[in-house]
Design a protein around this ligand. Structure first.
Ligand SMILES: Cc1cc2nc3c(=O)[nH]c(=O)nc-3n(C[C@H](O)[C@H](O)[C@H](O)COP(=O)(O)O)c2cc1C
Length: 172
């Protein structure tokens, strides 16, 4: 898919088909993540691939109830973490940029995903719960989680109205 077309047509998907995601597809997604820019080229990421149904079910219980159905429906969770020793200051940006690279390639490959926050400045317990559940070492801060799967074509997407670009820009 052409890059701009990919950016324009990507939407968050929260309903997935019960279809396994091949290892080659997961490798491509990870490849896209590791190509992201990072502070001082630290490449501080650690990506945790979760396909284990029991862990996915358990994650649905510790996350906000609003996300429960999407979590239970997905076939793969990618926990995008940043090594705090490699990126002690810009960890959020580093994690988010890799996440967006992945979200775009996921869409390009015909799959879908939704972004969930792994890290909240006012809630340290959230990341601790994620680290505990997925057995993630302390130094790897979970920044985001992508719920991934083949999108269910029956999912009704809301009609997203983009803000007018004129509203978003100021010339100086
Ligand atoms: C920081 C962040 C946190 C988000 N958290 C959630 C979430 O908890 N649950 C969810 O369903 N979607 C979540 N999303 C997805 C947004 O709801 C979605 O991107 C937004 O509604 C725009 O829709 P689109 O992705 O289809 O363009 C999150 C997105 C971002 C960037």
């Amino acid at each position: 898919m052409e890059a701009f077309q990919c950016i324009k047509t990507r939407r968050s998907r929260r309903k997935f088909l019960a279809k396994d995601i091949p290892a080659e597809i997961i490798e491509k997604i990870i490849d896209a993540g590791r190509c992201a820019p990072s502070s001082e080229n630290s490449q501080p990421w650690q990506f945790f691939i979760v396909k284990n149904r029991d862990l996915i079910n358990k994650f649905s219980q510790i996350n906000h109830k609003y996300n429960k159905d999407a979590i239970l429906s997905c076939n793969l969770i990618i926990v995008i973490c940043v090594d705090m020793e490699k990126s002690p200051i810009s960890f959020v940006e580093d994690g988010v940029l890799a996440s967006q690279n992945m979200a775009l390639i996921i869409h390009d490959l015909g799959l879908g995903c939704v972004y969930l926050s792994g890290h909240k400045f006012n809630d340290i317990r959230k990341e601790e719960d994620i680290q505990k559940l997925f057995n993630i070492q302390r130094k790897f801060k979970p920044i985001s989680l992508l719920l991934v799967g083949y999108p269910d074509p029956k999912e009704k997407l809301d009609n997203k109205i983009l803000r007018d670009s004129k509203e978003l820009i100021e010339y100086r």
